[in-house]
Design a protein around this ligand. Structure first.
Ligand code: SF4
Ligand code: SF4
Ligand code: FES
Length: 238
């Protein structure tokens, strides 16, 4: 017969506190399963966010025993310490309630970094063929699988110190578009990411890379942006 885990969950807003529940232990249980058990069996007022449960939507990220993680793909057996789990909201974002953060600032920064495709062709023109082996496509492919989970943003010390900083996810997205040969928005995009709070504020700590659940490397993307913005500056394009 399986035992139970002591699960401390953050309750309330920034000035809240942890509340502990005894949750039955199960084989192959994920951290999201544990949170869901509490909401269904102990306290239906618990607020948290999830959608796909399979590592695609990016909505279930929380702080688990001090580290940001996607909870639907994190098995309890990998992270439990002395039979305990402490689960809180992501750091560096305002808390709405319990485990749910306000992601508005995170997504506003994607807009500020011009993380939106700017088409160079109209729908009446033929679809452009891009070879998967071009250096630009290879660079974009290496960064494109981001699921917008906010784990890197929560792990980044520069975001913590400088609320103006665009953060690893928005800059990583900008890098994929800088390398998209179909996109026509690079003049504005490079100016946006070179401005205050942009790529040059990154201190290359690599926390984003260490924590990204998709094994992406935003640090490398930001290094690419630093190079590209410097080249644009030297050419007088910025
Ligand atoms: S490498 Fe840059 S973006 Fe990534 S965690 Fe460090 S400061 Fe933040
Ligand atoms: S770069 Fe990785 S950690 Fe950051 S939002 Fe995308 S998937 Fe999440
Ligand atoms: S619920 Fe969608 S990534 Fe976890």
């Amino acid at each position: 017969m399986a035992g139970s885990i002591d699960v401390s969950l953050w309750r309330g807003k920034e000035d809240g506190r942890y509340q502990t529940f005894a949750v039955p232990q199960r084989d192959n249980q994920t951290v999201l399963d544990v949170v869901t058990w509490v909401q269904r069996h102990a306290d239906p007022t618990l607020s948290y966010r999830f959608a796909c449960r399979v590592g695609m939507c990016g909505s279930c990220a929380m702080t688990v025993n001090g580290r940001p993680r996607w909870t639907c793909r994190t098995h309890v057996s990998r992270v439990v310490e002395d039979g305990r789990l402490e689960i809180g909201p992501l750091a560096n974002l305002p808390v709405i309630k319990d485990l749910a953060c306000d992601m508005v600032a995170f997504f506003d920064k994607w807009q500020r970094a011009k993380g939106v495709f700017a088409p160079s062709k109209t729908r009446r023109e033929p679809i452009e063929k891009i070879s998967p082996s071009t250096p630009q496509r290879v660079a974009a492919d290496a960064a494109v699988e981001c699921i917008n989970c906010g784990v890197c943003y929560s792990a980044c010390d520069t975001v913590r110190w400088n609320e103006d900083y665009l953060g690893p996810a928005a800059l990583n997205r900008a890098w994929t578009l800088v390398n998209d040969q179909r996109d026509a928005g690079n003049v504005k995009r490079l100016a946006a990411v070179a401005a205050d709070g942009g790529c040059h504020a990154c201190h290359t700590h690599q926390s984003c890379q260490q924590h990204c659940p998709k094994a992406l490397n935003p640090t490398a993307s930001i290094a690419g942006l630093k190079r590209r913005t410097m080249q644009a500056y030297i050419r007088g394009e910025l």
